[in-house]
Design a protein around this ligand. Structure first.
Ligand code: G3P
Length: 219
């Protein structure tokens, strides 16, 4: 399973890329606004920082406008993925951009039929939002299971499931159990994934015993 990071904060991206765990980056208009930076400038910097796919979202609401914006965004770098909203106009734009070989990420997916349409439109990625479904007491992970089953039923549906709106480590674990292709994780959640209190306790005990032995590992 690939790990993307859901942020437009370049310092965070650089820091987490150094772990070797980062396969890509997703942004959205809210994250770009939070960064306080120019859309094109920050996206270009992110693309130069990571080798993997970097999603940048269009903001037009009609297909023609989305295609125009998508083509402009796609020119930024080879690893750009054009993010489009899951509305009919977004699906039309997805078909057109995909036909031209531009990678696409269809976002704001909240149902299995939406995901089926995105795959038929040739989306590279579908982004179902699990956290926002959980927020309204609908099990977000059930949606991931449904999409996995549907995509696996048809050999010609090659869209990757990119689990978005991840809020906690259990979302990451469940996405991996279901066999999602990608998770996009906020930096704070990604940092918690390696942590366990028993790891910390065990390490402290090992180091205390080592100290008592008086030994050193040197080359
Ligand atoms: O980038 C899309 C998605 O990951 C947003 O997550 O936490 O705002 O629901 P959230």
């Amino acid at each position: 399973m690939k790990f993307f990071i859901d942020t437009a904060n370049v310092d965070e991206i650089r820091d987490l890329a150094a772990t070797g765990m980062l396969d890509g980056v997703t942004t959205n208009p809210s994250l770009i606004a939070q960064s306080g930076r120019d859309f094109f400038e920050v996206l270009k910097e992110i693309c130069d920082t990571v080798d993997g796919p970097v999603s940048g979202e269009v903001t037009a609401l009609d297909a023609e406008g989305m295609i125009k914006e998508g083509k402009t965004v796609a020119k930024l770098a080879d690893n750009i993925v054009v993010k489009l909203p899951l509305i009919w106009e977004g699906l039309k734009a997805c078909s057109a951009l995909s036909a031209e070989g531009i990678k696409t990420n269809v976002t704001l997916c909240f149902s299995a039929t939406q995901a089926l349409l995105a795959a038929k439109a040739g989306a590279t990625y579908i982004s179902p939002f699990v956290g926002r479904l959980d927020d309204i007491h609908i099990d977000g992970m059930e949606l991931i299971e449904d999409i996995r089953t549907i995509y696996d039923n048809y050999d010609n549906l090659e869209t990757e499931i990119l689990v978005a709106s991840i809020r906690n480590p259990n979302h990451v674990k469940d996405a991996a159990l279901i066999g999602a292709d990608v998770v996009t994780v906020p930096p704070a959640v990604l940092r918690t994934l390696a942590g366990h209190p028993l790891t910390d306790k065990g390490l402290a005990a090992f180091l205390a015993d080592w100290e008592k032995s008086g030994q050193k590992i040197s080359s």
